[in-house]
Ligand binder design. Structure first.
Ligand code: PLP
Length: 400
């Protein structure tokens, strides 16, 4: 087959150019991990490129619970929840997650991406429509492609633009769903949920919040962006993942008992895919135990985030409107972002560049993010390396 004629070949060409110039930043092979420090090519790197916000991947209670679950239930469920793969621990976890987020019921999926794909396609029939923030996550974009009704985009976090698409469409469709990331994953910015909910109520639309980066982090005890904004009862559906704060893999949707039962019987990525493995279920349950018991966990997270935000301000980086543990550094030029990433790697810091088309042309950035488990010494070293990088590569202090 001639892959050169295939639609995505440009990406391969670009990867080949970067590899030839020793600037390829993807698929870095991690040989060992202690959570905040990973080994790449035999060298220790301080990890500031992960979504392990609570640092629970290596927590002793979490590890022990996962091992015990494997011993009791085996390594996999070998079928979907719908048929043979429904364990009591799936249902117990769902009860706890519903209470944690503050909704009546919840349903767990095998990944966050499958949650978005399954729920959105189940919600949006041919007479319904979706209103999407233009910077929604790729999994939501793919979900909108599976939906039978159309999608209309509004400008990123722009409430005039949302009101315009609402006014244009509410009378044309049966159900209108406003779909947004709660925390935008590249910039760490929060969605304007209070205004979004006001507009939804004004026009009789429903809200779907993708809280992949908010659950575990935002609001009291990390209950999510809905708790942060005190909007739990006014948002119909809240989605979360376990691939970030919950140290595992899987996803969850929370809402009313009625709505969750509807999703259970309509979401194809739930019904026709094997269920979350026992070790993953036990990991998430154990993370909830730690969150409940360790009252200083979130204090440590936010102290680290505050330290880095202040440090970046002192160095003179532009960090967008980040209000979360994700703190991006605006770089601008794509090649410069790749060169800076390499420099960080050579100096013991693991961070990831975000390049066009994930961001607009000329707006490349380096995404950094912080964990409750980072030590003061680790973060001090990161700031030292970044300060030198700022001077060496003339990283701009503003976006324009
Ligand atoms: C905003 C958002 N939604 C959904 C997902 C998908 O989650 P998962 O990794 O659990 O499939 C991600 C993961 O990157 C995300 O950032």
């Amino acid at each position: 087959m001639n892959i050169e004629t295939m639609r995505g070949y440009k990406m391969v060409q670009k990867a080949n150019i970067l590899r030839a110039n020793n600037l390829y930043p993807f698929f870095r092979s991690i040989g060992d991990s202690e959570g905040t420090v990973v080994k790449v090519d035999g060298l220790d790197q301080i990890m500031i490129g992960s979504n392990n916000y609570l640092g629970l991947t290596h927590h002793p209670h979490v590890i022990e619970s996962a091992i015990k679950a494997i011993e009791k239930y085996g390594t996999g469920c070998t079928g979907s929840r719908f048929l043979n793969g429904n364990l009591t621990i799936h249902e117990e976890l769902e009860d706890r997650l519903a209470k944690y987020v503050g909704h009546e019921a919840s349903l767990v999926f095998s990944t966050g991406m499958q949650t978005n794909l399954g729920v959105i396609s189940a919600l949006c029939g041919p007479k319904d429509c979706l209103l999407f923030d233009s910077e929604n996550h790729a999994s939501l974009i793919d979900a909108s492609r599976l939906a039978l009704g159309p999608t209309f985009k509004y400008k990123h976090n722009n409430m005039e633009s949302l009101e315009q698409v609402l006014a244009e469409n509410v009378n044309r469709f049966n159900h209108v769903w406003i779909v947004t990331d709660g925390v935008f994953s590249m910039t760490g910015e929060l969605a304007k949920l209070p205004e979004i909910v006001e507009l939804a109520e004004k026009y009789g639309a429903h809200v779907y919040n993708d809280d992949a980066h908010g659950i575990g982090v935002m609001g009291s005890q990390g209950r999510g962006t809905l708790t942060h904004f005190d909007l739990v009862d006014r948002v119909a559906l809240n989605m979360g993942t376990f691939s970030k704060s919950f140290a595992s893999i899987g996803g969850v949707i929370t809402g009313s008992v009625e709505m969750i039962d509807y999703i259970k019987h309509n979401a194809r990525s739930f019904m026709f895919s094997a269920s979350m493995p026992p070790s993953a279920v036990a990991t998430v349950t154990a993370c909830l135990d730690v969150i409940e018991q360790d009252t200083s966990l979130h204090d440590r997270l936010w102290a680290n985030v505050d330290m880095m935000r202040q440090g970046f301000k002192d160095i003179g980086f532009y960090t967008y409107n980040s209000q979360t543990p994700i703190i991006p550094i605006f770089i601008g030029d794509e090649m410069k972002a790749l060169t800076v990433t390499n420099y960080l790697k050579d100096n013991g810091v693991f961070a990831t560049p975000v390049l066009p088309p994930a961001v607009p042309k000329g707006e490349a950035l380096i995404r950094t993010s912080y964990m409750a488990s980072h030590s003061n010494e680790e973060l001090t070293k990161v700031l030292e390396v970044l300060k030198k990088a700022k001077q060496e590569f003339d990283i701009p202090a503003t976006i324009h």
